[in-house]
Ligand binder design. Structure first.
Ligand code: PRX
Length: 652
């Protein structure tokens, strides 16, 4: 075991399985062999500008760019001087390429209705919606806040904003009024698009009611467009609120896409992460379009006949990049599902896959762990034989979870593509490119073309082999965030100040001798056990590999002498009814898996762990709980407040 040092951290996880793609998959993939990947990666490093320009040339531009990149840290400009429109690339271009009658959005409502919207129909709806927004006074550069469920009109609204150059800010439909107020006011949104209420597990979530509450504190909002989805009764404020169906009927049918400067802002997306005040991450048009287009094509190995389903809500960046923009630019059918995975039963996802013959399925480890907990009987009710590729995003996929996903869902036939990226990166950065890169369960894989990651100490030095360090990105890439809205100084400080010349991801990682990257969790979450710095993810992974553990979270336990991040750790395990000797069993298990160093001292059990609404464990709250015995910090992004209360009671 390597010596501990306080300039990097240790890695205890040693996963040795290597799972190559089947020859059938590799034979038909866009990138077919490791040699092809290496050669193309090398080329992309030698001349990144030429590499990205070649991808950009597969899209439509109203006016050509003069320079591919202008870079003055931390300000990047891509395809400088070029003019394009992302809505045009998602719609008009696809119709021109003969896909007018092809299904663009395949939508299933939670109650079971199915809608198939062709590229031509989507283009018509988007044009009307764009005209409707204009008639409500929305102008180029104005921000439109969108607070909706997973309905096709949400995608229509995004594309309509992009068409006229207004900037969308999607606020996840699970957030409460105060989160809406903060985000609307920060961006000074002039209009809100919402719906009466949304279906969720058979219940209705009153979105318009929440908007009404928020808008009493949002002076910038002049208009609110309301889609009738469930038919729930809502209060319409005269002069401010308009019905979607009225405005769409009134709106003109034709709205040509506005040629926009490549650096014209496309959207703001607030990311709370798991700490502190939400940041409005700003993405712009041309570079983001190219990055999401090319990663969608190669990482999901998209083909004309694919039925692609990403289960993320459009309220998250994954939904922006890989439900809407990246997929439609490839002219591929994207499936949207409105509701919960366990409604009416825990097999809803598997039924959707069979009913619609889904070929590519992209979801998050937190969801997969829930499926494992629910039991194999649910996927086993369905054939799942249309699937050819599975994807994972959002957090490290523990090897155990990976194996289950591969066996029970992929039937050992489908490669699993892991994808590491962030709201700030706009698109996928590190991945086990399917067909070309054999998977190592638990590793996010290798860099995507043109991406230059590195692992360093906080001082920027290389870490000793096998040790973990900070994951940084050394070169700009087209999908990168351009700033934090209203706070360029925070953008510079948070991402570009720590390591000279590099983007700091905030994640810990280790690189193995074959160049695979293993994510170890957020650097802020590193725990200190008897002077050894360990990433949380590895201990969690060891716990989750025990048959009786579905989920686990490890946080540092403060030491009164050494302060926060002191020695020891506190471990939380999600379990309904633990047997009395399970604690000892788990301690012995972790010791056997990764060593006595990582043996959890304190173990608590609870039915569920506190998570953000996007499924990330909120370690900040767990640390606070471990430190003070209570939680006073910001819980607005917490999915289930009950989880914290239950944990308090679960104290030993
Ligand atoms: O810690 C990493 C983790 O999620 C963070 C980014 O979260 P967010 O901005 O919400 O974007 C989520 C969708 C991309 C990262 O800093 N993360 C994301 N994907 C992975 C991951 N950790 C390990 N492996 C992944 N595949």
């Amino acid at each position: 075991m390597p010596e501990s040092s306080d300039t990097s951290f240790q890695s205890l996880l040693h996963e040795i399985r290597v799972i190559p793609p089947s020859p059938e998959f590799a034979g038909q993939a866009h990138v077919r062999t490791a040699e092809d990947y290496d050669a193309l990666y090398q080329r992309s490093l030698e001349d990144p500008e030429e590499f990205w320009a070649a991808a950009a040339n597969e899209l439509h531009w109203f006016a050509p760019w003069q320079n591919v990149l202008e870079w003055k840290e931390p300000i990047a400009k891509w395809f400088v001087g070029g003019q394009m429109n992302l809505s045009y690339n998602c719609l008009d271009l696809q119709v021109e390429r003969g896909r007018g009658a092809k299904t663009a959005i395949l939508w299933e409502g939670e109650p079971g209705e199915v809608r198939r919207i062709s590229f031509e129909e989507l283009l018509q709806q988007v044009q009307r919606c764009a005209n409707a927004l204009r008639s409500l006074g929305v102008r180029k550069g104005d921000c439109v806040a969108i607070y909706m469920g997973m309905v096709p009109e949400l995608a229509v609204t995004l594309l309509a904003c992009a068409r006229i150059g207004s900037v969308h800010s999607v606020i996840f439909g699970g957030f409460a009024a105060n989160a809406l107020v903060d985000r609307i006011n920060d961006a000074k949104a002039v209009a809100v698009v919402t719906q009466d209420s949304a279906w969720r597990r058979g219940n209705q979530v009153p979105l318009k009611g929440t908007v009404d509450e928020a808008l009493t504190k949002c002076p910038s909002v002049r208009r609110c467009l309301v889609l009738r989805r469930t038919g729930a009764e809502v209060t319409m404020t005269p002069g401010r609120d308009m019905w979607w169906h009225d405005e769409m009927a009134r709106a003109g049918a034709v709205c040509p896409a506005e040629p926009l400067d490549s650096e014209h802002p496309l959207y703001i997306l607030y990311t709370s992460g798991t700490t502190g005040k939400p940041k409005g991450i700003v993405h712009t048009t041309g570079g983001y379009a190219v990055h999401t287009y090319l990663t969608s094509k190669l990482v999901f190995d998209l083909k004309e006949e694919d039925i692609y389903w990403c289960t993320a809500d459009i309220g998250w960046v994954t939904g922006h990049s890989y439900v809407v923009y990246g997929i439609l630019q490839n002219g591929v059918t994207t499936l949207m599902y409105e509701g919960a995975p366990n409604f009416p039963e825990q097999d809803r996802f598997w039924k959707i896959i069979d009913d619609h013959r889904v070929t590519v399925f992209y979801t998050a480890p937190t969801a997969i762990r829930a499926f494992i907990k629910w039991g194999d009987e649910f996927p086993k009710r369905h054939k799942l034989d249309s699937l050819r590729l599975l994807g994972s995003v959002g957090e490290p996929i523990n090897p155990q979870t990976w194996m289950w996903y591969a066996e029970v869902i992929g039937k050992n036939r489908c490669p699993i593509v892991d994808t590491w990226w962030q709201t700030e990166t706009g698109g996928i950065m590190i991945t086990t490119l399917p067909g070309a890169i054999p998977a190592k369960p638990g590793s996010a894989g290798k860099p995507f073309f043109g991406i230059v990651p590195d692992v360093v100490t906080p001082g920027g030095q290389p870490v000793p082999e096998g040790n973990g360090g900070l994951l940084i990105i050394r070169k700009p890439w087209p999908g990168m965030a351009r700033t934090i809205f209203n706070d360029p100084e925070r953008y510079q400080r948070q991402y570009w100040s720590q390591i000279s010349g590099a983007y700091c991801t905030g994640d810990g990682a280790r690189r193995d001798p074959e160049g695979y990257l293993w994510l170890m969790g957020r650097v802020d979450d590193v725990i200190n056990v008897s002077g050894h710095r360990l990433g949380t993810m590895e201990v969690e992974s060891a716990l989750v590999s025990h048959a009786k553990v579905a989920e686990a979270a490890v946080v540092g336990r403060p030491d009164p002498l050494r302060g926060a991040g002191g020695s020891g750790c506190e471990t939380l395990v999600a379990h309904d009814a633990p047997a009395p000797d399970l604690k000892d069993e788990l301690r012995a298990w972790v010791t056997a898996q990764i060593g006595a160093l990582a043996r959890p001292d304190d173990l608590r059990f609870a039915e569920s762990l506190p998570k953000t609404r996007s499924g990330k464990i909120m370690r900040r709250l767990l640390r606070e709980l471990a430190e003070t015995g209570e939680v006073k910090g910001d819980t607005t992004t917490l999915e289930d407040l009950g989880a914290i209360a239950a944990l308090r009671q679960a104290d030993e």
